[in-house]
Structure formats: structure tokens, C-alpha cells
Design a protein around this ligand. Structure first.
Ligand code: ACO
Length: 194
């Protein structure tokens, strides 16, 4: 996902986390982070066939327990350098530069949003219980990067920061792809569905 600005100005690490409180204070940087979150929210809604986005910068600002993890990828622009002739290199005569730096284009490729959600469950005796688990509210990897392990990488990072296990999270209206993802990576076949 390309933006009209350099995303590394606001996304310094491969995965960056934002809450309402940790959004940049500088207006220009804030505007950029909000634009990234809003575009990912729209793309995720489109991928899931939803009428409107679950994730928007406005909702993040209004939800103190929500955290959005944004993932970027530095896609190489230049083709790989030619391999040097081993014979020439041995004699120290290779024309190829020993190491060619490749230019990279930073792209935003995914996001996951989590937050506390109040759920009402009925136990086996018909009693209503209220629980407030951490819930995966939205999860999206750009179509060009799906099924390459990026979702797992982002999910694992979120689990580490949140100090959670997949089976202890709730999943808000999981899509068929998310159900497949949870089954494949974590063997989860049953989850709380709101
Ligand atoms: N069809 C079925 N299963 C899929 C698909 C697909 N098109 N894409 C990914 N998966 C599942 C499969 O189990 C797949 O394993 P496989 O390729 O061996 O079949 C596994 O995910 C791949 O794992 P990763 O590569 O780590 O995951 P990926 O980078 O594809 O990200 C994600 C998974 C986020 C679900 C991605 O597919 C996506 O963005 N889907 C569209 C949006 C969506 O449905 N998001 C979940 C919304 S529900 C919620 O957030 C509570």
C-alpha cells in the first residue's frame, strides 16, 4: 500500500503500535498516521465484504483500550546485483562492486487491532456470564502479501506485546480466512463469536 509520503517518517520499525494516547502530537505526523490507519481500515472492510470499516483513526481516538499494530515492508526497487565471476574475484580483478546497496520502497502491508470487549455468554446451566477479554477486532494483510507468513508474524508480535495466548483471546466476527489462519497456526477450531 503506497502513500504520497514516506511512511518511514511515522513507522520506524517493521511493526509499530498506536493507541489513542501514543499517536504523534505533531499535526503533520498525526495526519499521516491517521491516513494510514483509515486506508487500512477501508481495505480490510473491503476484503471482508463489510459495509463500513471496523478500524478508523476516529474510533481509535475514542477507544482507550484499543491498540492498532501497523506492519510495513521494505520492497526492493533495484534488481539484485549481478553475481561476480568467481574466477575474477579470486584474482581480485572483478569489475562488479563488492557490495551494491539496493534502494527500497517502504510499503504498509497490514494491521491488527485489539481491544477489550464486553461479552455475554450463557454457560451450560443457562446462567449468563459477562466477561471482558482482549479481543481481535480487525486483522488485515494486503492481498499481495497474504499466505506468505506476514499475518503470522504480525499476530505473534501482537501476542508478545499483549502477553497473550491465541486461545485466550476473543475474535470478533471472525472471517473464514481468519478461522483458517487460527486452525492452521494454532489448532484453534472453536472460538467465542460475538
Ligand atoms: N483463504 C483461506 N484461508 C486463508 C486465505 C485464503 N485466501 N489466506 C490466508 N488464509 C489462512 C490459511 O490458513 C493460510 O494457510 P495456507 O496458505 O496453508 O492455507 C494461512 O491463513 C496463512 O497464514 P499467513 O500467511 O501467516 O496469513 P496471512 O498473511 O494470509 O494473513 C489474514 C491472514 C490476516 C486473515 C489475511 O488472509 C487477510 O487479510 N484476509 C482478509 C481480511 C480478513 O478476513 N481478516 C480477518 C477479519 S476477522 C477479524 O479480524 C476478527
Amino acid at each position: 500500500m503506497d502513500f504520497r509520503f514516506d511512511v518511514t517518517q511515522v513507522l520506524r520499525k517493521r511493526i509499530s503500535v498506536f493507541t489513542a494516547d501514543s499517536l504523534p502530537r505533531h499535526p503533520a505526523l498525526l495526519e499521516r498516521v491517521m491516513e494510514i490507519i483509515d486506508e487500512l481500515g477501508v481495505a480490510s472492510a473491503k476484503a471482508q465484504g463489510l459495509r463500513g470499516p471496523v478500524t478508523t483513526s476516529t474510533k481509535l481516538c475514542a477507544s482507550p483500550t484499543h491498540r492498532v499494530y501497523l506492519m510495513k515492508h521494505e520492497a526492493p526497487i533495484d534488481p539484485p546485483p549481478p553475481l561476480p565471476d568467481p574466477a575474477l574475484e579470486y584474482e581480485g580483478m572483478s569489475d562488479a562492486p563488492p557490495r551494491m546497496m539496493r534502494r527500497k520502497r517502504p510499503l504498509v502491508i497490514g494491521m491488527i487491532k485489539v481491544g477489550i470487549k464486553n461479552l455475554f455468554l450463557v454457560d451450560e446451566y443457562g446462567r449468563q456470564l459477562q466477561i471482558s477479554p482482549l479481543c481481535v477486532l480487525d486483522f488485515y494483510i494486503h492481498e499481495d502479501y497474504q499466505r506468505k507468513g506476514c499475518g503470522r508474524e504480525l499476530f505473534d508480535y501482537m501476542l508478545t506485546i499483549e502477553m497473550q495466548r491465541p486461545g485466550h483471546l476473543a475474535y470478533d466476527r471472525p472471517s473464514p480466512k481468519l478461522l483458517g489462519f487460527l486452525r492452521k497456526h494454532f489448532g484453534l477450531v472453536d472460538c467465542y463469536i460475538d
